[in-house]
Design a protein around this ligand. Structure first.
Ligand code: AMP
Length: 189
């Protein structure tokens, strides 16, 4: 699938190791070199701000989708476009609709919730877009172990789990996102 707009979920903190910031900038630069646009959570805090700031600097189109309540509380970058939604649910729906694929960078519970929902919707066939983890510093090791445990215990099918793309190198990540075949594998069969 040709990807123009990448939806990225990431921490509202930068993490305790500078590697998270550095590798976020590396991904931002690679996406910019390849002419991609960004859709993200709209704030300036943490890796979100690092990512959006860098992509704006590189001349990319950056759209922030932010709920009214958060918008009044956080700092703002001069984005290409800011979409304000009434609540968190409509924010996520909007982000899912206008992105061609999804990437999670390291983050906290907000990031895990958002990427898990995108992955759940893929599994259920609500969308056929690629879902991925940018595995900086092997951050997602324990999340992947959880998915493995859930598969071993019979709660996730391998055909669904194996659709989650996990990569730590921007070029390989984008290549896998662009070659994702988009077929829905029926959860109920
Ligand atoms: P967390 O991973 O818990 O830091 O939460 C990050 C995710 O929650 C982001 O992907 C955003 O969608 C949302 N979020 C949390 N804090 C903010 C904020 N200050 N501004 C915009 N979105 C936020």
């Amino acid at each position: 699938m040709q990807i123009e707009t990448v939806g990225i979920f990431c921490g509202s903190s930068t993490g305790s190791n500078n590697i998270y910031r550095e590798e976020t900038i590396k991904l931002a630069d690679y996406l910019a070199q390849n002419g991609k646009s960004l859709v993200y959570g709209g704030g300036t805090a943490g890796l979100m701000g690092v990512l959006a700031g860098r992509m704006l600097e590189k001349g990319c189109r950056v759209t922030g989708v932010i709920p009214e309540m958060i918008q009044t509380k956080v700092g703002h970058l001069p984005l290409t476009e800011t979409i304000v939604t009434p609540d968190m649910h409509s924010r996520k729906r909007k982000m899912y609709d206008i992105s061609d694929c999804f990437i999670a960078l390291p983050g906290g519970i907000g990031t895990i919730e958002e990427i898990s929902e995108a992955f759940t919707w893929q599994q259920l066939g609500y969308h056929s877009k690629a879902v991925s983890l940018y595995n900086i510093n092997n951050f997602f090791k324990y999340f992947d172990s959880f998915l493995e445990a859930a598969e071993m215990a019979g709660f996730i099918k391998n055909v669904h789990r194996s659709r989650l793309i996990i990569e730590s190198e921007p070029a390989r990540l984008l290549e896998k996102l662009e070659s994702y075949d988009g077929t829905t594998i029926d959860k109920w069969s």
